[in-house]
Structure formats: C-alpha cells, structure tokens
Design a binder for this molecule. Structure first.
Ligand SMILES: *Cc1c(COP(=O)(O)O)cnc(C)c1O
Ligand code: SF4
Length: 329
C-alpha cells in the first residue's frame, strides 16, 4: 500500500493510476481506517488514488465512498431494478453503435472505466457483445458517412478516455472527414477521477482537432472537485473544449439541496456548465440509491429558488422508447 500522504503517486501517469487503482473492498477499507461488512459482487471495486485521496478517512458516510463501496444493501433486490433498465440492446444498427435519438449517434467505444460507480446503469452491460472491433469500426464510419442526419457523434462506454491518445487521435481524424458531423461529444469521468488523464498527448490532439469537441463530465458531489481536477479542467477549456456536467441523483450522496446548490457553484467556478441531473435508472444492485420522483422535484424546486437559472441542471429520466430524455423539471 502506498501511503496517501506520500505525494509520490500524484505525479504518476494516468496509465499508472489505472494499473494501481484499488481493486478490492478490503484494501479500500484499510486505506480509510474503516471496518465494515460488504457485499460480494460481480461488479468489482475499482477506485484510483486521486479519487481515493478525496474520501475522508474514518467516515463511513462519506459521499464519495458511497459511490464506490459495495454496500451490503446491494444484496437487497427489488424486482423493478433490472439488468438492462433501458432495453438498450434494441437500438443497435451496427455493433458498437446506439441510435436512439435524432441527430445523434452514440458509440460504446470501450467497456473500461477509471472508476466503478455502484449505481452505474451499465454495470451488467454485455460489453463483450457490443464493443466494436476493427471491422465494426469500418461499418460505423460507413454508416456515419451515409447518414447526413447525424450531426453529433457521442463517444461513450465505459469511458472513452481510457482509450490511448494515439487511438483517440486516429478516431478524431476519421470523424473529422465526415463533413456533416458538427461535434464530437465525449462522455467521460476520467478528467475527474484521474485528472492526470489530461496529459500533454491528449491536449495535443484536442487542440489540433478540426471538429468541435464537447466533453460531458460526470460529477455528483462538490468534494469530487479538487485542485488537480480544477487544473485539468482549465487546461481543457484553454484547449477549446466545451464542458458540461451530468450528475445522477443518489440517496446519501447528493439528495440534499445545499449539496446540489454547492455543486452547481463549484462547477461554475471550475468552468463547467451544469447540464443534466438524472434520476437513477432502475438497475439491479442499486436500489439503495433510489430517490423518489417527488423528492427529486422538490430538491430541484429548492435550488431553482436559490440559483441563477443557468446553474440549475435539467432533471431528466430515461423512459425506454421515447425520442429524447424526458425532462421532468
Ligand atoms: C443520452 C443519450 C444521448 C444524448 O442525449 P442528449 O439529450 O442529447 O444529451 C444520445 N444517445 C443515447 C443512446 C443516449 O442515451
Ligand atoms: S464511469 Fe460512467 S460508465 Fe463507468 S462505472 Fe461510472 S457511471 Fe458507469
């Protein structure tokens, strides 16, 4: 175990952070001086040092710990919490692509992530059946070229920023050839959970890209934003990236109007525009994070009375079969 007060890990590369992430609940608890029982799980623990360092030792209720710790409550199953709550497998014209909404196509670029979030709606996703190989990528590019209605390509996953910079650079080059594509949107938690990811190689392909790049990060609690995250986000802004945030409303993490309001201000200070606040998808093993629709609406009403309109995220949910996300408030 590398002591957390030893700053040595901070200057290590993002690849090092990935290979040295905490991958079991016992080690996680040792680091945090906690003695708790935990659920056995098929979805393994994965917590990188930069994120671990923001968790308060000895605090079993820490809002960052809650997001990564396999609580015993994971074993309390509720029948409406299922493995594929969005029935996503129905919307795939080519392997690797989800085409649900007009004008946008979403690519499941990889199954890897820089953190494992216990509430993740893709935790049971059969990535092996969906990840595009070289031939599938060719099909995806063919389909993109032939469909001028697609104005925006969304790289999702897993986390697309776990791909290497050389791979991302060549993908961006190929996407830039498609004339009707206006923006490349990247959905990633990497700049937050491993801010070292925003390295010189990444900033190089980003600043050279001829297509507009939108990065949607995923931050649920203000404690996730530390000095290193701020620096990385600033570097992305300077490189010309447009930054948005999506959060998931989670019981015990951010189901509190003061936390949500503080989060919006912290995002604003960091140069990130609040975008969506998602009601959690009803995924198996995550029922203990559920916040009722009624509570969610009240929370958003409260922050709406306190914040400038542009800092209030849209409360949304995904209803299978709809033509867009459903805006609740
Ligand atoms: C959420 C989502 C999008 C993007 O929707 P926006 O409302 O534009 O953010 C696109 N495709 C799929 C499959 C999605 O789930
Ligand atoms: S980073 Fe995103 S895709 Fe990965 S586990 Fe967390 S919520 Fe799921």
């Amino acid at each position: 175990m590398i002591p957390l007060h030893d700053a040595g890990w901070q200057t290590k590369s993002w690849q090092w952070q990935m290979s040295n992430a905490i991958q079991d609940a016992e080690t996680l608890l040792d680091y945090l001086n906690l003695d708790l029982s935990f659920a056995p799980s098929e979805f393994p623990v994965f917590v990188p040092y930069p994120y671990l360092s923001r968790i308060e030792p000895g605090n079993k209720d820490d809002p960052l710990l809650k997001q990564v710790f396999p609580d015993l409550a994971e074993m309390n199953h509720r029948p409406e919490f299922t493995e594929d709550p969005l029935v996503e497998s129905d919307f795939s014209p080519v392997k690797g692509m989800l085409k649900k909404y007009a004008g946008r196509a979403l690519i499941i670029s990889t199954g890897r992530c820089g953190i494992h979030c216990r509430y993740c709606f893709r935790q049971h996703f059969p990535y092996n059946d969906f990840q595009p190989d070289t031939r599938d990528w060719k099909r995806i590019l063919d389909l993109l070229g032939k469909d001028p209605s697609i104005r925006e390509l969304i790289l999702s996953g897993g986390d697309p920023l776990t791909l290497s910079d050389s791979r991302l650079k060549s993908l961006v080059d190929e996407f830039s050839q498609v004339k009707h594509l206006k923006t490349l949107r990247i959905h990633s938690r990497m700049p937050v959970v491993i801010p070292q990811r925003v390295c010189a190689e990444m900033l190089d392909w980003i600043s050279k890209a001829t297509i507009r790049i939108v990065l949607v990060v995923h931050i649920n609690h203000p404690d996730e934003i530390d000095q290193q995250v701020t620096q990385s986000i600033n570097a992305l802004t300077e490189a010309g990236v447009y930054l948005l945030n999506q959060s998931v409303l989670l019981k015990g993490v951010n189901d509190n109007s003061a936390v949500l309001a503080d989060l919006s201000w912290r995002l604003f200070d960091t140069g990130i525009q609040p975008y969506y606040l998602h009601l959690m998808d009803k995924v198996k093993n995550a029922a203990h994070f559920d916040v009722s629709l009624n509570t969610a609406e009240k929370l958003v009403e409260t922050i709406q009375n306190q914040l400038p309109g542009y800092l209030v995220p849209k409360l949304v949910t995904e209803i299978a079969g709809r033509l867009s996300k459903t805006i609740i408030r």
